[in-house]
Design a protein. Structure first.
Length: 228
């Protein structure tokens, strides 16, 4: 989902590479789940997110969709988003706090139940990606997290994603593909956009991935299906 902003307004004004050390660590969130509530409009999932969830949870897309995902339109493209409709009450000492727009993957203690398989948007936080013609950089969104971040961690380590060079290239390919559609969406005939959305959903989401196979090969196969 595109955001047109001045990076100085939302970040420290710097851009980073994956091998840069950035103040990201807080040791432990200590039950804080502020970033997991009321943010449904931003938590869209890409195909690798779905692959990772299917592999980690042993669920197919329809099972994930039934309990934890919803379809939304982002810049003309229909994509799956994390649902934020769970009512969660967490006790902090003598204080009880109720969230009405919590991620459905939070457990009764307000902790992420899918941390090992969490989507990229969750892994990035509080980082964002800044896309350029040559690829993408990272920005640190200083005011997004309630915790004071003191520990420097290499961005690549923070994202905890295997085969990182393949993943990095995939992210640029996917972004370029989706942006190529969203840039034209407003001027497209309704039937053409509907057909494209159907192809994206069927090829990249509703058709289950073989979790015993490498994701990237499957992704390239599916890209050919929608590029014809």
């Amino acid at each position: 989902m595109k955001r047109i902003v001045n990076i100085e307004d939302i970040s420290d004004g710097r851009t980073y590479d994956a091998n840069d050390m950035v103040k990201l660590g807080v040791e432990d969130c200590n039950g804080c789940h502020a970033c997991c509530c009321g943010t449904g409009e931003t938590l869209n999932l890409d195909p690798y997110d779905i692959y990772r969830l299917e592999a980690g949870l042993g669920l197919d897309f329809r099972q994930l969709f039934a309990g934890h995902l919803e379809l939304r339109v982002a810049d003309g493209v229909i994509m799956p988003f994390l649902r934020m409709d769970k009512e969660l009450t967490v006790t902090h000492g003598e204080l009880k706090v109720t969230e009405k727009e919590a991620c459905t993957f939070l457990n009764e203690n307000g902790r992420c139940s899918i941390h090992d398989h969490r989507p990229a948007i969750c892994r990035l936080f509080p980082l964002g990606r800044l896309y350029e013609e040559s690829g993408h950089k990272y920005i640190l969104m200083e005011n997004e997290c309630h915790k004071e971040r003191r520990i420097k961690i290499k961005i690549k380590k923070w994202l905890e994603t295997p085969d990182f060079s393949k993943y990095d290239a995939y992210i640029d390919t996917w972004h370029g593909f989706i942006t190529g559609i969203t840039d034209r969406a407003a001027a497209m005939p309704e039937e053409e956009l509907k057909s494209i959305n159907k192809a994206i959903l069927e090829n990249f989401y509703f058709t289950d991935y073989d979790v015993n196979r490498d994701f990237y090969g499957q992704f390239q196969e599916r890209m050919k299906n929608v590029s014809h």
